[in-house]
Design a protein around this ligand. Structure first.
Ligand code: HSE
Length: 311
């Protein structure tokens, strides 16, 4: 049995505008790297974390990746221990599924080292245990499912888990603008309204169904018509400097649709060519310049692999 492995797990865009907590997709970069080693001493030891500016706990019981591993090892009755090094290669609190990427990297790495006895659905369950650190009890699975399965996923049900991978057009590109402000997932969930008008719900589920149908049929016009969120985006967008202008810049430069990535502050846009994706990125970033908010732009195809072994 191989004793050490290094893996990469990708960033993800949850919600995809109208699909709060039930839709997500993975992108090629950025993502997290994680090295895992099997040891004789039972338990999980995190030897080092890089790229987190000292913000993440090194104690396994308080760390997203550590908690995910502990849940998996308990279920497997593991008679061994593991040592782990986590290299954060993506911003924390960015809306790009940072905690999901770490959680997924850890359980994927262990599964590879022990010759893959655990299926993808169960890996989602273990990694979701780790998400409790950042979102509290009953965490959503949209980032984790997209990270593990790759591509677009529909989480038809969170409890019990029912995950449906969705096919999508080959030439979709994602542009992400990450403004240099931090939004805590817990906070941006707490500010959401708990009750809705029936008419609002009808609009939203029409859009979700339309978006799923548009992806499956590779119908760009339908994808574009459906990427409207009338429930979550109007509330959360106040947390993002220049949101309306950023979104408008994306749409007027050829985006099929644009919205908040996960719980923000990143804003994503989908388009159907690399040239458009780059033009959209430049236009979105230009909006932030006069606001004196720093930012990064990521451009990526949709990642269809999920996590991979890199060493
Ligand atoms: N679906 C979750 C939310 C994703 O929007 O709160 C958090 O990353």
């Amino acid at each position: 049995m191989k004793k050490e492995i290094k893996v990469f797990a990708p960033a993800t865009v949850a919600n995809v505008s109208c699909g709060f907590d039930i839709l997500g997709f993975a992108i090629d970069a950025p993502g997290d790297e994680l090295t895992l080693r099997i040891t004789d001493k039972p338990g999980v030891v995190i030897t080092k974390i890089t790229g987190d500016e000292g913000k993440l706990p090194i104690e396994a019981e308080k760390n997203t990746a550590g908690v995910s591993l502990l849940a998996m090892m308990k279920e497997l009755n593991a008679g061994f221990g593991v040592e782990m090094q986590l290299d954060k290669k993506m911003p924390l609190g960015s809306g790009l599924g940072s905690s999901a990427a770490s959680a997924v990297a850890s359980v994927f790495a262990l599964n590879c080292l022990i010759d893959k006895p655990v299926n993808k659905l169960d890996l989602v369950k273990f990694a979701r245990e780790g998400e409790k650190i950042s979102c509290g009890e009953n965490p959503h699975a949209d980032n984790i499912a997209a990270c593990i399965y790759g591509g677009f996923v529909l989480v038809r049900s969170n409890y019990p888990l029912d995950i449906i991978p969705l096919s999508a057009p080959d030439d979709l590109y994602c542009t992400i603008l990450h403004p240099d402000v931090v939004v805590k997932t817990e906070h941006s969930r707490n500010i959401l309204r708990k009750q809705l008008l029936l008419s609002t719900a009808v609009t939203q589920w029409g859009n979700i169904a339309g978006l799923v149908a548009g992806l499956l049929k590779s119908d760009y016009d339908l994808i574009s018509r459906s990427m409207h969120d009338v429930i979550v985006e109007p509330v959360r967008s106040v947390l993002i400097p220049g949101f309306d202008a950023i979104k408008e810049a994306a749409l007027s430069n050829g985006a099929l649709g644009s919205s908040i990535s996960g719980s923000g502050p990143s804003v994503f846009a989908l388009s159907n060519s690399k040239e458009k994706a780059e033009k959209i990125g430049a236009a979105m970033q230009k909006v932030l310049a006069p606001l004196e908010v720093g930012s990064e732009v990521y451009i990526s195809k949709i990642n269809s692999n999920g996590p991979i072994i890199i060493g």
